[in-house]
Design a protein around this ligand. Structure first.
Ligand SMILES: C[S@@+](CC[C@H](N)C(=O)[O-])C[C@H]1O[C@@H](n2cnc3c(N)ncnc32)[C@H](O)[C@@H]1O
Length: 359
């Protein structure tokens, strides 16, 4: 059968066949959770033909005796992560490859949100000419944003921070490998450990884009080591906390940039964007949007059908540029919110109250 014919057959997988394939994958995943594999401390699998696990001697040391036991799906995860660590991530806009440690979030696609950020940074100047600009890369992951800022704003003082300990370990090692002294790294849950470093001229956050499923919120893992595994969905309190606390650590003319996307809304996983909540406490300077290019990687692996058929609208990435509100604006926002909740009558002349809210 020619390649073309195979491609044609594959692209017409019926809904029933697709469901069978999904079920087969689910069963395989389930089986992999129940299968255990012995691994030598040197990283060799006690299973013929299996890959050596490079992370094992790094994590456990070669000298200690006796094999370890891993679940089969952990072996797969460790092997995939090790390949990325060894070969490195090649971002076209960075001058060197990144080598993320196991359990650290990164993505090679989409990258359009990084392009939005790059364009924004090219025109950014800290408001005070006497300062070089203090930048916080919140939720640094592999450190990609810190390295981008460092390239475009070489004078900036950059702090990379994440609540995930693996990310802190990973970026620290990356800085030593690349011999970059100007970036510092600190573990923190949002701004909890960062008050001494504040105020910042610029805070950049590329947060998780998808809300945590309700069953996980109920069995909360927040602040525990389980974040390493589940850290890429946002818990309900993440954005309310961010928007309530950020003004405390921003310079008066500082910016908070949030890289977000309509992904969760497109997939029916969220009704509204949590970014809207930022308007209560912050001033919205601008929102920039950019459509995500459909690449072959975005298509379903088995059926090669364009996954966007299931999207409600076109997937776009977003750059939300917030600034601090002055007290008067906060007062007006509060009046508007109370009017919306209890009816405008309560205030009589609503405009009068808005205009005078901060006097
Ligand atoms: C989508 S990843 C982005 C990683 C990286 N900045 C990038 O652009 O590839 C979100 C990151 O935010 C971190 N994170 C999530 N909640 C956080 C919190 N409350 N405080 C600090 N970091 C958080 C996660 O551990 C993860 O590394």
């Amino acid at each position: 059968m020619s390649r073309n014919m195979i491609a044609k057959r594959v692209s017409f997988v019926s809904t029933d066949e697709a469901a069978t394939l999904r079920e087969r994958r689910r069963l395989l995943r389930d089986a992999a959770r129940r299968l255990f594999v012995r691994v030598q401390r040197s990283g060799e699998l006690c299973l013929e033909g299996g890959p050596a696990l490079g992370y094992v001697p790094v994590m456990y040391g070669k000298k200690s005796t006796g094999p370890l036991v891993f679940r089969a799906n952990d072996v797969t995860a460790l092997n995939v992560a090790w390949q990325f660590f060894l070969n490195g991530l090649n971002y076209s806009f960075l001058s060197h490859k990144l080598h993320p440690f196991f359990g650290v979030y990164f993505t090679l696609s989409p990258t359009e949100h990084f392009q939005l950020l790059r364009d924004w940074l090219k025109t950014w100047k800290p408001s005070s000419p006497s300062r070089d600009g203090r930048v916080l890369d919140l939720g640094t992951g592999s450190g990609v944003i810190s390295f981008l800022v460092q390239q475009l704003c070489p004078e900036a003082e950059i702090l990379a921070s994440d609540r995930c300990p693996n990310a802190v370990f990973s970026v620290t090692a990356e800085l030593q490998r690349a011999m970059i002294p100007r970036i510092r790294v600190k573990r923190s849950d949002l701004f909890e450990e960062l008050t001494e470093e504040a105020p910042f001229d610029l805070i950049i956050f590329n947060p998780p884009w998808v809300p945590e499923p309700p069953e996980r919120s109920a069995a909360t893992t927040a602040g525990t080591e389980a974040d390493v595994v589940f850290g890429n969905d946002y818990p309900p309190e993440l954005f309310p906390r961010l928007f309530a606390e950020v003004s405390e650590v921003l310079q008066p003319d500082g910016h908070l940039l949030v890289l977000f996307s309509n992904y969760a809304q497109c997939r029916g996983l969220a009704e509204r964007s949590p970014m809207e909540d930022g308007l209560r406490t912050l001033k919205l300077n601008q929102v920039q949007r950019r459509p995500v290019e459909e690449t072959d990687r975005n298509k379903h692996r088995q059926t090669r059908r364009d996954k966007s058929w299931s999207f409600k609208e076109k997937h776009q990435v977003e750059l939300w540029d917030f600034m601090k509100k002055n007290d008067r604006a906060i007062g007006s926002a509060l009046v508007l919110e109370i009017c919306a909740k209890f009816g405008a009558d309560m205030f009589g002349d609503r405009d009068f109250w808005c205009q005078n809210a901060a006097k």
